[in-house]
Design a protein around this ligand. Sequence first.
Ligand code: FES
Ligand SMILES: [Fe+2]
Length: 436
Amino acid sequence: MHIEERTQKEKLSGDFLRGDPITGDRYYSREFAQKEWDHIFTRTWQIGGMSAQLAETGSTITHSIGEESILMLRDEAGVIRAYYNVCPHRGNRLVKEEHKCGVKRLVCAYHSWAFSLDGVVRHVRDAEDYPQGNPIGKVQLKEIRCETLGGLVWFNMDPAAPSLREALGVVAEQLERYQSDNWVRVMWLTGTVDCNWKIIHDNFNESYHVQSLHRELGTFIDNAYQNTDFDLYKSGHNRMKMKGALPASSSRTDQVQAPLDDILRSWEVDPEPFHGRVREARAALMVQKRKLGQERGYTHYEKLSDDQLTDYHHYTLFPNISLTMSADGYQVLRPQPHPSDPEKCLFDHWFMVPKVEGVPEAATPLGMRPVVPAAHEIFGEGVESLGFVADQDLSVAVAQQRGLHSRGYQDAYLSGQEARVRRLHEVINDYIEGRR
Ligand code: FES
Ligand SMILES: [Fe+2]
């Protein structure tokens, strides 16, 4: 079946929302947060890192989520595996570093049990002193599901979960068209934010706020809902297709404004003739990117549709992952629940770009950066900004967290273009109440 047909088949249509209330306690109740952990975060696919970090045998990455730390590595047979990052002897955290290369054995710092990369313990001191039997060759790290897609390493703590591709459905194929397997993470930020993870993810599930919080994007992105496509899939994931290289319908300008002028020039399109008819520039840019893309080394353009060359295809993957895909880079925006406080979250912001010969730098949400793997920058330890647009989103998050405690708030009063917000909460309820 063709990808377009599958997209149609997996899309929800008609009146699919039940209208489950989005009450304030969902954002601060510890009991509710525990239910989310038990029924959702331990059962869904999560991103642990970049495949490029595990290019070599013996490379490891760790990723924390809730109280868990997940260890991912490439073993001697070349297989990427994931384990709970905990020593089965007495429960010490096994690997402390976020990324290591050239590891031959995983050695616990407490009593020096040493594990081969396939997770089996190979060295135990005083191995004869175990009345229940020598642990060597027997005791193992607890392995969990691990897969790669789009240059990312994904893990799932649920042994019975569907494969990553099944779980993503048609979204997997849509993402694969970008051929992002070898893209470089040029920005890797994490910050702690004083709000529940859903406040941030609700925000990514609507573009209604774009005209009020991100006005300056209106010179080159058309945020009008009437001109934007929203796909809500049965899987619980969503796609929003927002047109780029096109000023907001609401701006009523027919002039080429910054940064669209520079974008056009960078593809050898003279902005001058488009003054007075700016709405025709998007089509001209598509043609030019198609024409020059290959020779400039943007070989992945070949598989992209025309609209993918200029537009932003934004995904909200259930439960907490947001991907903003464009032909020239994509963002991962991910709020993770805080391990102990439902009124806080850990917010990750990554930016990935294709490796193109002769292009040493790329425009990122934090300005120009070299196309090399970025170090992890942690907010509050020298990072001033989580990215200009993300900062604008976060500027309302803490006030909303407070407001949701008010007796004056009972449920959201949502517009049609905010349907994905209600949908997120209904899918959360489906998981918690055993319908998924
Ligand atoms: S806790 Fe790891 S060796 Fe004892
Ligand atoms: Fe936003």
